[in-house]
Design a protein around this ligand. Sequence first.
Ligand code: DAH
Length: 342
Amino acid sequence: MLDQVQSLKEEIQEYQVANDQELESFRLKFISRKGVVSQLFEGIKDAPVEDRKKLGISLNELKNAAQARFQYLISDLNNTPQTGEVDHKDLTLPARSTELGGVHPLSATWERIIEIFGRLGFNVSEGPEIEDDWHNFTALNFPPNHPAREMQDTFFIEKNPDVALRTHTSNVQIRIMENNKPPIRTLSPGRVFRNEAISARAHCIFHQYEILYVDENVGFVDLKQTLYHFAKEMFGKNVKIRFRPSYFPFTEPSAEIDISCLICHGKGCNICKHTGWVEIGGSGMVDPNVLENCGIDSQKYTGYAAGLGIERTTMLKYGINDLRLFTQNDVRFLKQFRSLGF
Ligand code: DAH
């Protein structure tokens, strides 16, 4: 009888089924009350007393093996489409969607700026984010004790007063003028750093784009015309732009550039501080001292420069009222810009 149990065990281990009928045959043969295993249990009482215990143990093992194999055969059958039979997949279920990434709104603006100025003949240049005092301040005509050099604005590196994270992209102006002869027409987008509290309007890490044009007979009218054109291309023909007299050490005369608030359309909001105008940057005629610092003859050449904020530009373009949204990586925000492309 033990031999019989052993050969049944082997049969069970190797049993395969191809469909529900064959599964049922397995059940009838090994699991059901009338099956072989039950019959063998019946036979225990006829076996010699000394063999009964051993027999009981191996029959229980056989029963468990049959149960386990039965469960295995059920799941195997459910997972394998049966040839010639209907596959039980629900073809009406919606397909699993593949999440597509999108261009970050700041990247889209960055590329659009390059495109607009590119058509005006500006090339793209970049400079280092870790900068020395000369390129970030001194060559730009900052007087030795100018407040912008102090700790509250500038992130210095390892307490070395000569090495800092650049506070603006104007450092690239210097590097370009030092290494190129006029005519120079360049656009320098990049990341800048300032030790400022983070709010809806300001961040300690943000992006600027610097515009520099140096040639003979460049005048303020060229600056105005270029920025008028840029504003209309970027924000649409109904945008208004104004120049406010201002001061920067590296330009003379200097002007701040305001754009009509496209977030509240003049109704008043926290971004335009209820004035209807948003400042997007500064500009002016390159100070002759700066040209000379870079080895350019200020008698022969003049130039204009401007530095604008990419975050501000993007906020105005898309009506975003909090700059912190750009860095929070909230997909509900980012998803809204999926249609943007380069
Ligand atoms: N560098 C200035 C800033 O970060 C912005 C600026 C003003 C850049 C006037 C210029 C300029 O090129 O001409 O606030």
